[in-house]
Design a binder for this molecule. Structure first.
Ligand SMILES: [Zn+2]
Length: 462
């Protein structure tokens, strides 16, 4: 039986879905105002692992993740770089998708941009106004009233009294309670990124977007809501309140939070300017090795960023691939029960214990190597299939072992790559297209993808 640590009860609970064999999961997505950093990598690799594990258990999954493309930070960046908001956010979304696909993160079933959901957001705010959970402030902003929800503070385990005297909360005399938060922010009619609403021109607050998207997709009951632990307060506290105030008996059953990535003993975050970008790491390490590193610590614990540990993860993954060399993929997706598969399931059923599950993969790999030495090829086939099957549950082995190992050993040095790019640029200037194409293909064979920009060329690993 699958046990999950539920943030709202602070207990490891047996997972019981609302509908038999179906799992509904909502995870807060990225605010696309910059490139994604390794903290995003961890959150979305973790929820991808959870998503894959449910599928492995035979559940029909419905996974929804939003893209926050309306935000003051986005507006501020765009003001500085003279790009339109749509062009800028689309570029950032492409970069995000690129990073995520290199990390073998599967696309969710539904991934709307907030800017596509404005009408629905307005409807939801209207509902909260009608239910007396919201009010309009003198300045025209629509606010959620935290006093209207008796369990406010329950999810993040913060008591209202304690919060009220908190120094971090600015006192705004127009608010009924200093913790009330904005659902619809009034803007000037001339402001570019704003929409018409019954309360005048404006744009939605951050928390209401997730509640809107999760309630359109799932109604008033949701199995799992996930996100990074840094979102617990105020974002998830506010989301939980809004969701529960929409209808009687609304409920989010399990709240799952992944731990933060720590850099130099501090939280890694874009807003603190203390972060390492995924795209930079992915130009040095392959995505599966990085994925391994992100899963090597239990998902709820903080993960210290350490380049040495990424290197160790890359070697560990390489050793798994090594034992799969010269073994064929069985077409029939068979799965047999033995001490290894049982240990793997036990680890995963215990609140997704990936470090333990990874150690089971290594035990199978050791077994395969031993069987190979004993020339027991039938057994090799059986266990290599098991290793493949279980590794795939965690999102590994998307490469053929030979390709993966060759790619690592034959990868050109940065100097070699740059000198080939220079050579190709000269060929392009001289309109020697065939030579330029040959160089591109040559690099592609070494796992290097070239990206031509207006005035220069960059490269990344395949
Ligand atoms: Zn959210």
């Amino acid at each position: 039986m699958l046990k999950i640590f539920n943030t709202i009860t602070r207990l490891k609970e047996t997972f019981i879905p609302i509908k038999k064999n179906i799992v509904n999961m909502y995870v807060c997505g990225v605010t696309v105002y910059n490139y994604c950093h390794i903290g995003h990598g961890r959150t979305f690799v973790i929820f991808d692992m959870i998503f894959r594990y449910f599928r492995h258990l035979g559940y029909k999954t419905k996974y929804v993740r939003n893209i926050t493309d309306i935000d003051d930070k986005i507006i501020n960046v765009v003001k500085k770089n003279n790009e339109t908001i749509e062009k800028f956010t689309n570029r950032m979304i492409k970069n995000m998708q690129n990073d995520f696909s290199l990390l073998n993160i599967l696309s969710p079933d539904f991934e709307p941009k907030v800017s596509e959901c404005i009408n629905e957001i307005i409807k939801i705010i209207n509902k909260l106004l009608k239910n007396n959970h919201a009010y309009i402030q003198n300045n025209g902003d629509v606010m959620f009233s935290v006093d209207s929800y008796k369990n406010y503070g329950k999810l993040s385990n913060q008591f209202l009294k304690k919060l009220k005297v908190g120094k971090r909360i600015k006192v705004n005399k127009e608010k009924k309670n200093p913790l009330d938060f904005v659902l619809w922010k009034k803007t000037l009619p001339s402001e570019k990124f704003s929409w018409k609403s019954p309360w005048g021109q404006g744009r939605p607050g951050w928390h209401i977007e997730c509640t809107t998207i999760s309630s359109i997709k799932f109604g008033n009951k949701l199995d799992i809501h996930g996100g990074g632990i840094d979102l617990l307060f105020p974002h998830h506290e506010n989301e939980n309140s809004q969701f529960n105030c929409l209808k009687k008996r609304s409920k989010i059953n399990y709240w799952i939070h992944s731990g933060m990535v720590i850099l130099n003993n501090k939280k890694m975050s874009k807003s603190l300017n203390n972060f390492i970008l995924l795209k930079d790491l992915l130009s040095t390490y392959d995505g599966e090795s990085l994925r391994y590193f992100l899963m090597s610590t239990h998902y709820r614990r903080p993960l210290s960023y350490c380049e040495n540990n990424i290197k160790k993860s890359a070697l560990s993954l390489k050793s798994l691939y090594n034992s799969l060399r010269n073994t064929k993929i069985e077409k029939k997706n068979y799965y047999f029960q033995n001490e290894y598969s049982i240990a793997f399931e036990e680890a995963m059923q215990d609140d997704f214990n990936t470090p333990k599950a990874l150690s089971v993969l290594h035990a199978i790999s050791k077994k395969i190597n031993m069987l190979k030495n004993q020339n027991k090829f039938k057994e090799v086939k059986k266990f290599s299939n098991l290793l493949r099957k279980l590794g795939k549950v965690l999102g590994f082995f998307s490469y053929d072992p030979e390709d993966f190992l060759r790619k690592k050993s034959k990868m050109k040095s940065k100097e070699e790559i740059n000198s080939l790019i220079k050579e190709r640029n000269i060929a392009r200037k001289l309109k020697m297209w065939k030579l330029s194409d040959n160089i591109r293909e040559k690099l592609f064979k070494f796992g290097i993808i070239l990206e031509d920009h207006k005035l220069f060329t960059t490269w990344r690993k395949k």
